[in-house]
Design a protein around this ligand. Sequence first.
Ligand SMILES: [Cu+2]
Length: 728
Amino acid sequence: MRYLRENMMRTWFPAQYFLVALTLASCSPSAAPPSGTPPNAMAPTPLPASQIPQFVDPLPLLAVAGGTIETITAPSATLSMCEFKATVMPSTFAPTSSTYSGTYVWGYRNGSTCPGSGTPLSTYIGPVLVSTRGTPTEIQYINSLPNTAASRLSAWKTSTDQTLSWADPLNSEANRCAGAVVENQPPYGGCASNYAGPVPTIPHLHGGEVPPVLDGGPDAWFTSDGTYRGHSYYSKAGTVPNGAIYRYPNKQEAAPLWFHDHALGVTRLNVYAGLAGIYLITDPALTLPAGLHPIGLRQGAGGSIDHVTPLVIQDRMFDTTGQLYFPNMGPNPEHPFWMMEFFGDTNVVNGKVWPYLNVEARRYRFLLINGSNARTYELSLSGQPLWQIATDGGYLDKPVRLGKLTVMPGERADIMIDFSGLAGQTLILENHGRTPFPNGAPPDAATAGRILQFRVGPSTLAGADASYNLAQGDALRPPMRRLVNPATGMLTVAPSKTRQLTLNDMMGSGGMGMVRLLINNTKASGTRADGTARTDFTAVTVGGVTEYMSEASAEGETEVWEIVNLTADAHPIHIHLTPVQVLNRQRIDLGMYKMAYDMAFPSGASMFGDGPPLTYLPSAASGSKHGGNPDIQPYLDGPIQLPEINEAGWKDTVIAYPGQVTRIAVRFAPTDTAAGVARNYSFDPDAGGHGFVWHCHILDHEDNDMMRPYKITAARGAARTYVMGVDY
Ligand SMILES: [Cu+2]
């Protein structure tokens, strides 16, 4: 197999997914079943979002705020991954041919048992773990999910695609189907079928400063039957066979993390099914300004606590019976069931379709998480400002006032809204993000363009609102350590090296869309498209599996990564372990650069999947940058663009826009380390040899190779206080 072409043009638009699904997914005799599925399989029929009632039920809230989302403050917990029913659809939803008694979902449940089949739960989101900086949290994760035959979720029955590089649990991760892919040819035999067997899962603590074996990386999965494990599987001693015990160090600064599944090649399905929770790190040593509470607001000194309201926003599709629907019409024959991006027509918040929230005419705090597979939200609230106080990696120095808030999958925004003066009004949190982002079609204003309805009542406070005063704008924290000056777009530290890395996609020659997306034109495994190894990559073998690494960094050092997006869409780039700071962005002359890029390959034409065109190490042609790409410098088009005002903090997921270079400062050290100071992690970042990954957080992309492993060389002789085999 050898991919020869690369293409920046898109010919397949997401709206077509829905049309095709509507056309082909019904059970009419003329509708040919997708290859590999049993011919008698009755495909579910999608339910148009316009037929789903809106703003019928209240938003699920935290248990500590009187709601149903479990809140765990203890430093240890058992979380079981379970299949159960939840009332995702509005209570007024009435299917024509059946009765609705809940939607089958997957979720993390507090405890070692799963909910019974009786009364459906009110949400699948959660739990919310509140951890304390300096006190480790030990979690036993248990995979109690049914196998594919017993599961009631259609996504796992009809959308697994064995032609992707994936966990492949029944074949010891051999991935023979992925290895047998031929361009523009459908797979045959078992490769043309959906997977059948136990479900691999691995919870990833997104934004966690954790040792590599606790990262929950894509190769550390384990199955529900306790029989199969990925080669990077790890657990503290004492786990059940179908589980893993992770003891997180919680040494990092206060930050709103979340956790979700990350199993190789099936992350899009596991997260779609519902595996997502929240993990808040609070810091007792951090003095917050008046009126702010570590997990909410406070009505003055010693006053009552208003807990933060999470808003986990996800787009979904449903079938006519109210069950989750996930299309499986791959646009290319190579990958019969994989789609480039899933865009649902219905918005779900905290596990509830289009909920409403009663608020009083005063200030509130919300933690927004884009938990969607691929949808970008551009949020606005009828002209009311959204005040952001924290980003992925923790508090900003001061709040920023936004008229519009853009969040791509994986990103978080800790925001405040002041409803004072709005009593009696009804406001809708709207979405204007195009699909694909940023140049695709605008969302339907009546469906995907709506998120949540606020119903504002009068304030019941005895006196004035004494929560954190946005207009006053007191500092949210002692000034954070800066690697960049966001006001100038310039570095404040000298980097040890600069990497210039590309985002690539390839259109199928016979299909109607991308067949694969890559980081730096390199497959996740690091081998060339034909399976041979590059001599400029480093072979790393863990658990008998060899990967070829290219991003190898030294603990404590600061690097600049220039992400050159050669695709037509924006990609949210997520780096595990360490948050980064956005340096700046700059437009590039894409056409001219692409010509130079293609010609730089040894053959004079782009070799998709073979890695970068030049040798990875710095050269004159690369502008002395690492990465193996022709220097972007001569193709820059226009001045640098400063980071957005809400990017003036630590980010673990950064938007890389098409036709631009996005520059980030990456330092492999705790975020509160002063510039120029040598300080290491409390743990050995190379212990176990697994390394970390960095990837696109569009789940459909990361499932199809838009991910690379990276490795950190541990500082020599560093004192470690959190030791593998002792502390975790
Ligand atoms: Cu992507």
